[in-house]
Design a protein around this ligand. Sequence first.
Ligand SMILES: NC(=O)c1ccc[n+]([C@@H]2O[C@H](COP(=O)([O-])OP(=O)(O)OC[C@H]3O[C@@H](n4cnc5c(N)ncnc54)[C@H](OP(=O)(O)O)[C@@H]3O)[C@@H](O)[C@H]2O)c1
Length: 272
Amino acid sequence: MIGLRGRTVVLTGASGGIGAALVAGLVDAGATVLAVGRDPVKLNTMVHRHRPGAVVPVTADLGTPEGRAAVVARAASMSPSLLVIAHAQGAFGLFEEQSDADIARLLQTNLVAPMLLIRALLPWLQKQPEAAVVAVGSTFGALAFPGFAAYSASKFGLRGLIEALGREYAEGPVRFQYLSPRATRTAFNTAAVDALNAELKTAQDEPADVAQQLIACIRRGDRRRQLGWPEKFFARLNGAFPALIDRALRAQLPTVRRHARAASPAPTGETA
Ligand SMILES: NC(=O)c1ccc[n+]([C@@H]2O[C@H](COP(=O)([O-])OP(=O)(O)OC[C@H]3O[C@@H](n4cnc5c(N)ncnc54)[C@H](OP(=O)(O)O)[C@@H]3O)[C@@H](O)[C@H]2O)c1
């Protein structure tokens, strides 16, 4: 078991549903958390909820070079040994109804920002005897879902990134872990996604339970883990026999389209 007491953890998405629960779990385990988010009010509330000094807030938009630089500058003085990437942007809607700008922003936030942040923090992580980079993925990073094309692409990319880095740095002190929650009850899911999940009878976990499972995975050093059953099974089935999943999702397509149309903004003629 890998200990968390006395460690400095850089956690992105700290102000989110899963992120806030991760902050609580990591602080309980004795870690100091550099809590990254865009909303200073949410972050400061979190600082006061935990023991003094345990949560260090960093307000930063990770989609910008300035935001990433602010995180690296703060982390550099604190000897971080764990980077947990738990921020992301969601996007439910029909592919052709999403704007070029929205798709580019989503990939910048969910994939390019983690890649650049990992690169920037690696020199500090490599100084620690036992360090890890943990990316919070998604079931849709193993089983691409209609209505979530850009989001699925970003999570497949994140999974590929972490797997490649795990292999490239296999001889070093930094472990790379890709851990995927299934649907979780947070503000990440819009009303349209909640309605789709309800109609498809998709189970939703509570963020505190997800955080507890993620922390257990971090402690065990799991390289990859899909949380939840039957999601674990379907993710594997998609890898081995994707045509079976194609067929199952084809049957659900009218339902996905109906909810995705409800999620789409009224057409404005804007294409970028
Ligand atoms: N909820 C689910 O159903 C579900 C399922 C599977 C996987 N996941 C994954 O779990 C992770 C956490 O999701 P969640 O449900 O906790 O989402 P959430 O409640 O919506 O929180 C998202 C977090 O990401 C931050 N964020 C978004 N864009 C950012 C940017 N450009 N720069 C800096 N921070 C940014 C938000 O900061 P602000 O507060 O400043 O906006 C917030 O802290 C994500 O990676 C998500 O893909 C979620």
